[in-house]
Design a protein around this ligand. Structure first.
Ligand code: IFG
Length: 515
């Protein structure tokens, strides 16, 4: 005798009594699309009050993270127990001895009636596997209060690993300042889509956001301002370290950026000696670009840059420091090269590799440097030449990946100098073909920059970032062969209830039939 199943919207239908309970998403609905996903509705698993997470000691951080995700909405204890304690049903995290094809970030996930097994070669892989697993739960799992309902997890197997090593997000905390809790909220949101780097744009014309102990006025003065005269702010070095550690707990590496030799008005308003005439410039809170330049001929400039690089490197466990390089319209080409000839060696001197906007290729950077391509042109001979020399290019084409671009003219937030970027526009590109002369082997990965001239709150960040961030993450993670807008838009629609449960203020694009 069958019964009408009134499950989540779109899943109502007639089900025989012995059919497994319907689930909102199958393994084939995961975003980013996995390399291989085989659904098995007969293998759905139901999490119950006596379920446990089984993990060896080295995987306990991921186990605790997973437990923290599942406890609030279920109200279950979900203890983390010893790897070999099989007395209770639940989720087993297996660290090591996984298929070598999975590499360092891949994972193998099996959801079966009698339990869930997640296996990976590293804790990074386990963490990325958890991001897929959580999408197989009912969306209500993301709620922060106990929900009285079944917690049925969609059955099947997933074998998955990333196409590109770097899948990044950038947050501009200089035009408008976002406090540590707001940055951590964004970290939690981007981690869901297997993003593994967060580029923080810490300094610009309108604000300096990171304490530099040897130059305290950078934050005492430069930290006070923001676009439109909005409240400023800055991170003490302890607060910054806390953000870096939080990102690391989400398996995300922070790439700090100090933009130079342009975009430096806040620094030059803080210290007269950073200006060729020795006088501090007035603070700026408008959104013009290209009017500022450090004083290239002054030795003080290089002492300043070295002190900043030294202190920032000491705060950065990750391999990269970003030394900017964009829109140096008030720096002559000769001065630009002279500046970076002195500055680039400082980065390696303090044990880091260079990242910068792609304009740095004009200064002939070492091949270990990662130029970030941000232009809207599909050709750039200098960047293609750098790729030919061995530089890996981080792809962030503004007409595809800039999350501050308005979706449509009606978008109350964002800019539109690179065009209007709807959800489909942000999805319809391939990092391996987007720039002539830069093949897949020269692509480091992708990044989705979010500039904050027009953003003030977390809700503003979320409106511009979601849903497009999920698409950029898929472009960076999934095999090119899975790339299909008609399929993706259906999977994206099923992410909507997850974001609603989490309170993410996402843009309900008319291009998607939201669930
Ligand atoms: N270009 C500037 C940013 C920001 C952006 C807004 C880069 C590398 C326009 N530089 O993008 O400072 O103003 O979309």
């Amino acid at each position: 005798m069958g019964l009408w199943v009134l499950g989540p919207p779109g899943l109502a239908g007639f089900a025989a009594a012995d059919d497994p309970p319907a689930t909102e998403r199958a393994v084939t609905d995961i975003v980013p699309a996995p390399v291989q996903a085989r659904p098995d509705p007969a293998a759905n698993f139901t999490l119950t009050a006596d379920s446990v997470i089984r993990a060896e000691y080295q995987a306990h951080d991921v186990a605790d993270y997973l437990g923290d995700l599942l406890r609030p909405a279920t109200g279950f204890a979900i203890p983390v127990v010893d790897r070999y304690d099989t007395s209770k049903p639940g989720i087993t995290l297996q660290l090591g001895d996984a298929d070598q094809q999975l590499g360092s970030e891949g994972y193998q996930l099996t959801v079966a009636k009698d339990g869930i097994t997640l296996q990976a070669n590293t804790t990074d892989g386990l963490f990325e596997g958890v991001q897929s697993l959580r999408q197989l739960f009912p969306s209500a799992i993301g709620k922060s209060s106990v929900q009285q309902q079944d917690w049925t997890v969609s059955g099947g197997t997933v074998f998955d690993y990333p196409r590109f090593a770097r899948r990044g997000a950038m947050l501009d905390v200089a035009r408008h300042f976002f406090g540590p809790d707001q940055v951590k909220r964004y970290i939690d949101q981007i981690a869901q889509y297997k993003i593994n780097t967060l580029h923080l744009h810490l300094t610009d014309d309108q604000g300096w956001r990171i304490e530099i102990k040897s130059w305290p006025q950078l934050t005492e003065i430069g930290g006070k301002t923001a676009v439109d005269g909005d409240p400023g702010g800055f991170y003490t070095q302890d607060q910054y370290t806390d953000i870096v550690n939080y990102a690391a707990s989400r398996h995300i590496t922070v790439v700090p950026e100090v933009d130079m030799p342009g975009h430096t008005n806040a620094a030059q308003a803080s210290y007269g000696e950073l200006n060729c005439d020795g006088k501090p410039v007035p603070p700026r809170t408008d959104i013009d670009v290209g009017y500022s330049s450090l004083c290239i001929s002054s030795p003080t400039t290089y002492k300043f840059v070295e002190d900043v690089i030294r202190e920032l490197a000491a705060l950065t466990p990750g391999p990269y420091l970003d030394i900017g390089g964009d829109e140096a319209k008030s720096t002559s080409a000769a001065d630009y090269s002279a500046f970076y000839a002195k500055v680039m060696p400082l980065v390696s001197e303090y044990g880091k590799q260079i990242q910068g906007w792609h304009n740095i290729v004009e200064a002939n950077p070492p091949v270990s440097a990662v130029p970030e391509y941000w232009d809207t042109s599909r050709t750039n001979a200098d960047v293609a030449a750098a790729a030919a020399r061995g530089n890996k290019i981080l792809m962030a084409p503004a007409d595809k990946a800039y999350l501050d671009m308005k979706y449509t003219p009606d978008d109350p937030l964002g800019l539109h100098w690179a065009g209007y970027v709807e959800v489909k526009d942000a999805y319809d590109w391939d990092p391996a073909t987007v720039l002539q002369g830069v093949p897949e082997s020269s692509v480091a990965g992708v990044e989705a920059p979010l500039w904050s001239e027009t953003l003030r709150t977390s809700a503003d960040i979320e409106y511009q970032a979601f849903p497009r961030l999920a698409g950029i993450a898929e472009i960076g993670w999934s095999p090119a062969a899975t790339h299909n807008w008609d399929d993706y838009r259906k999977r994206l629609a099923a992410q909507g209830p997850i974001w609603t449960a989490q309170g993410i203020n996402f843009y309900r694009s008319p291009q998607v039939d939201w669930k």
